[in-house]
Structure formats: C-alpha cells, structure tokens
Design a protein around this ligand. Structure first.
Ligand code: GTQ
Length: 353
C-alpha cells in the first residue's frame, strides 16, 4: 500500500462508514462501492442452479393433480418447474417460466388472453387442441405450438387420453417490465372461425399469401409439427457430421422475418447421434430442455444429470455444458436468446475447459 493511499484511508474505518451508510440510508441512498463488483461482475454470476425433473418422478403428481382440481376450476392445471434456488418465484430461470400442464379427456381450459407469450411443447398424448384467435390445432407429441402475446387462447381435450405439455412463458421478463395485462374471454371457448390447418397452408410451406404483411414480430405459423422437424434432423444426420458442441441443431423460425417465432423466446431442436459426446459449450441464455427421444447425460458446471425421454432440465447462463447420448437423442429447448441478441448482449463460448 502506498503512503498516499494510507493517508487517504479514514482512520475511524468501518464504524464511520457504517454510520455514514445509515445516515444516507435514511435518504434512500446506498454506497456503490460496497456492491460494485456484484453489480458489474467480470463474468455472469447467475443466482440460479442446474436442475432436473425426471418424468418418472413428476408424472404421478401430475396425474394426482388431475383428481384434485379440474382444468376449468384451475383455469390452467399446471405444475410449475421452479428453479431450486428461486423457490416461490415461479421462475425456472430469472427470465423464463416453465410448467407442465395436464388436460384430461373431456376437459376445457377456459379462454383468456395476456401480454405474456406462451409456447407449448407436447410431452405426452395425442389429439388435444389449442385454439388461438379463432383457429384450432390438434397437437401431437413433439409439436411446438405458439400462443402469441395478447391472443385469445383456450385448450380442450376431445381425445381419450390425458395430454401433458410443457408451457414456456416469458412471465418473469414481462413482470420485470411491469407490462402484464390479462383478461378473461367471457365464455369457456372462443368461436372457431377458421378451418384446421388454415395458418399451416398459408405460412408453413416456404410461401406466404402474396399480399400478406406482417403486423407483429410473432410467427404466423401456429403449429410446428414434430413430423417435419424430425424429418429435417434425420436428413441433417445423413448428410454430414454433427457440430462438435450442438450435434445437429436447428432453430425454429418465423418465415416472415427470419427471427424467432416468439419475440421473447428462442426455441431449438437438436439431434445427438448415438454415442455422441459434445465439446464444452456455454452461452449467456439460460436454457430449459425437454427430452423428446432417447437417453443420455449432461454435465452442467459441476453437476451431472442423467436424462431420458420426457425429462426436463435447466442449464443456467454461462454454465459450461457437455451432452452425451447413450442412444440417438432429440432435445427441444427454449431460452431468452432473441431478447439478448436484440439488446446486443448475447455471447457464447465454444472453448474447451
Ligand atoms: O396456458 O395460458 O403455464 O396463462 C401459465 C400461465 C399457462 C396458459 C401457464 C398461463 C398459461
């Protein structure tokens, strides 16, 4: 320590500072220098942790919830996947909500709308529907369905089996902006005004209606069916070697602008060939995964989790991750990457250890 610094240091030390903090505290002020390093960390220091929800463990509770409350009474019968380090917050990551929604045969989850955007990723079952702005889509395992911001939506199950899907919403992000609005439709179901497959025909074939103009950032495609996603991944696997970090990884796209189908949430699907072991990877978008096919394990920082079909897990921001596939595996994932990219914040690191 130089002589000059020593003379600048207050002789009364910590007591004088604490007393000073108390006096400025009365004016709702605080000293920056006590928290500067935390506020502007050299690298991301997330306050949430890797976590894993095995479907074998979760499913009995989901089904039990089905006998505790109806979809109608619950409005949305969902078990929230809460980050263990953020209990009570309904957050899976600080910006993303995730939950598993159950809808039993014959049930209706009543119509409402809100400024929060939702994605549905179908985990189990066939044949239930979601209706958005007058159009219904029948859902199958592995389908990715969007519910854009401020659109009326209700869900129903006319099939003979329970249906479970992953709900991904930007609830924490919207809460941070204090931009949440919501209202009920006033009837359980909105009227169906379009035939099934209406948006698929117009927007999901590499074509757009000639005079159509996008009025919002959200994709005009309603349902991205797994059959087509799987076909693309299979073809990629035939055509060449996988990416060292990602395997064969695709991002879902809004065909009208090249961006993410939902402005606030990026969605991805990747195939890991049997025996594939990925190179270490990290990025600033904390990511929620849903295992569509296969089994394997992922090491996230110091935590290793073993996963299989229908399991869910979360990888925090900037945590180094490696995946290993015991059998050919397919992983769906979502994150806040499009928001970070828009804000020039997103970073990745494909480096080694
Ligand atoms: O389907 O509208 O998991 O509003 C949480 C909030 C689902 C929905 C959730 C919601 C919904």
């Amino acid at each position: 320590m130089s002589a000059q610094t020593a003379t600048l240091k207050p002789t009364t030390g910590n007591n004088a500072r604490r007393d000073f903090y108390e006096r400025i505290g009365a004016l709702s002020m605080a000293p920056l220098w006590e928290s500067l390093h935390q506020l502007v960390p050299p690298t991301p220091a997330p306050k949430y942790v890797p976590a894993h929800w095995s479907y074998d463990a979760v499913r009995p509770f989901l089904m039990e919830s089905g006998s505790l409350i109806t979809a109608k009474e619950a409005v949305r019968r969902v078990l929230i996947l809460e980050n263990p380090a953020m209990r009570g917050s309904a957050c899976c990551t600080p910006t993303l909500y995730a939950g598993l929604q159950l809808i039993l045969p014959g049930e209706i989850a009543p119509s409402h709308r809100h400024t929060q955007s939702a994605l549905r990723f179908i985990v189990e079952g066939e044949g239930a529907y979601t209706a958005v702005d007058g159009e219904r889509t029948i859902m199958h395992e592995g389908d990715f369905v969007i519910t854009p911001t401020w659109t009326w939506h209700d869900h129903g199950n006319d099939s003979s089996q329970p249906m479970v899907w992953l709900d991904g919403l930007d609830i924490p992000l919207v809460a941070m902006f204090n931009a949440g609005f919501a209202e009920n439709y006033g009837a359980d179901e909105q009227p169906v005004t379009q035939p099934e497959g209406y948006s698929d025909a117009r927007f999901a074939h590499g074509l757009l209606p000639v005079d159509w103009k996008a009025s919002r950032q959200t994709s005009p495609i309603f349902n991205y069916p797994y059959a087509r996603t799987r076909e693309a991944l299979e073809r990629l696997d035939k055509d060449g070697p996988p990416d060292a970090c990602h395997g064969h990884k695709l991002r879902y796209v809004n065909p009208a602008n090249g961006g993410a189908p939902i402005a606030t949430m990026g969605t991805f699907m990747q195939l890991l060939p049997k025996g594939f072991a990925s190179a270490p990877y990290r990025s600033t978008d904390g990511t929620v995964f849903s295992v569509v096919e296969g089994a394997g394990e992922s090491t996230i920082g110091d935590t290793t989790i073993r996963w299989k079909k229908r399991d869910h897990f979360v990888v925090p921001s900037w945590a180094r991750v490696t995946h290993r596939a015991d059998s050919e595996a397919v992983l769906f994932s979502f994150s806040d990457r499009p928001v970070q990219e828009r804000l020039d914040l997103w970073r990745e690191d494909r480096g080694g250890k």
